[in-house]
Design a protein around this ligand. Structure first.
Ligand SMILES: [Cu+2]
Length: 291
């Protein structure tokens, strides 16, 4: 019995490996870094691939030399070990070459980082506030703000003994009641902070995450190139319900965004939360958000 399951296990593992190795079915994007939908995330992806290829080349050279030496100079071929210690020339070479490689990698990496830190020239600003355990969004200068919490279907399904099969809930734990709607092709500045503990705002497709720290405002920027829905989550262990504060960004074309904004404008926070659901902690939310 054991050996049969063992064989089946090996068989399925081999099958998976073969599937993986066949170029037609290999979807590298599943195991590779997310390429994202912003110029910055693409720059990071390119950097990642460059550094990855450099390390692969180093690996091939180093392990190639090592295995060749082990094979070629083996004792059974009658090779006698050389007796020397200390070679100044070799030490200089293996210090200088890595320094050059590191500098060659650091220059483009620094360029990309500096670009990310530059939040000037942005066309709109969104303030993001982390709460235990939901997000608050405020469109600075637009008079639009709201809270964004786990959608009700996921929230019901996650309760112990709810009897709801999580698999039956669409986008389980990855959907919110109110999405952060933004326009495409717009440089958006994010100002990220928190009201209680440290959270971290992370949408992989944007290419970055930023800690949300009480008393501090961290800045970041993005420019989404393709309309779509991009999902993320809090990336800092912030408390009991840390796993239940997803982030959903919906990128719309400019005119659709303006329409959406017009529809939202004027609705104040209390109305938004009261309308969103009748949860008992609405008062807490409004109170927290007003701080
Ligand atoms: Cu959090």
């Amino acid at each position: 019995m054991t050996s049969r399951t063992g064989k089946a296990g090996i068989g399925s593992t081999l099958g998976a490996l073969m599937l993986f190795a066949s170029p037609a079915s290999a979807d590298w994007s599943l195991i590779n870094m997310t390429q994202g939908v912003t110029p910055w995330s693409n720059a990071v992806y390119d950097l990642h691939m460059t550094v990855f290829l450099i390390t692969v080349a180093i690996g091939v050279v180093v392990f190639g030399a090592m295995f060749y030496s082990i094979f070629r100079h083996r004792k059974s071929r009658g090779v006698k070990p050389a007796k020397f210690h200390h070679s100044t020339a070799v030490e200089i070479v293996w210090t200088v070459i890595p320094v050059f490689i590191l500098v060659a990698m650091a220059i483009p990496a620094t360029r990309v980082l500096i670009d990310f830190e530059d939040t000037s020239d942005t066309e709109m600003t969104v303030k993001v506030t982390g709460y235990q355990w939901f997000w608050g969004y405020e469109y600075i200068d637009e008079d639009v703000q709201f809270l964004s919490r786990l959608d009700r279907d996921s929230d019901r399904a996650r309760q112990r003994g709810s009897g709801i099969e999580p698999a039956s809930v669409e986008n389980y734990l990855q959907e919110v009641d109110q999405r952060l709607v933004v326009p495409v092709d717009t440089r958006i500045k994010f100002q990220i902070t928190a009201a209680d503990v440290i959270h971290s705002w992370w949408v992989p497709d944007l290419g970055w995450k930023r800690d949300a720290i009480p008393g501090f405002i961290n800045e970041a920027w993005t420019e989404i190139q393709e309309p779509g829905i991009y999902r993320g989550r809090c990336a800092e262990l912030c408390g009991r319900d840390h796993g239940f504060m997803p982030i959903v960004v919906e990128a719309l074309e400019q005119d659709e965004f303006q329409q959406w904004l017009a529809g939202q404008r004027g609705e104040d926070l209390a109305e938004t939360t009261a309308g969103a659901d009748g949860a008992e902690d609405n008062d807490d939310n409004a109170e927290l958000a007003s701080r």
